[in-house]
Design a protein. Structure first.
Length: 123
């Protein structure tokens, strides 16, 4: 595949392009949590305890800008903001699930032990 430029960045293949959209430490875990329900910022922060406020805000903005999630602001006091997954985000869930399952299998192969059961593991 020939190289291409998107938003002033040079890409060499579609995998690199896709991973730039949903890759990294936090984007897939955010998408995974939004796959089944709408969540508020504070719920996401509580459910992903090791992410900083700055990083969560940044990742949510990027996912929204790229069309993977929707941000709904309600005109109430105090302000209420909810995040939900879009159809583009839903299409990414199959990829996230495949990577997640592969990660679980690799963890077992490498002897990584965890107290969580398979059904309770999160991306």
């Amino acid at each position: 595949m020939p190289e291409f430029i998107y938003k002033n960045k040079l890409y060499y293949n579609p995998v690199e392009f896709a991973m730039d959209r949903i890759g990294g430490t936090w984007k897939m875990p955010i998408l995974w949590r939004l796959k089944d329900r709408v969540m508020r910022y504070s719920e996401l922060k509580k459910d992903i305890p090791h992410i900083t406020h700055k990083m969560l805000t940044s990742q949510l903005r990027q996912l929204e800008e790229e069309g993977f999630i929707h941000r709904e602001v309600y005109p109430v006091v105090p302000p209420k903001v909810e995040y939900s997954i879009t159809s583009r985000g839903e299409r990414a869930i199959a990829i996230v699930e495949t990577i997640r399952n592969y990660g679980i299998a690799l963890m077992r192969e490498f002897g990584v032990e965890t107290e969580m059961t398979d059904e309770h593991r999160k991306a």
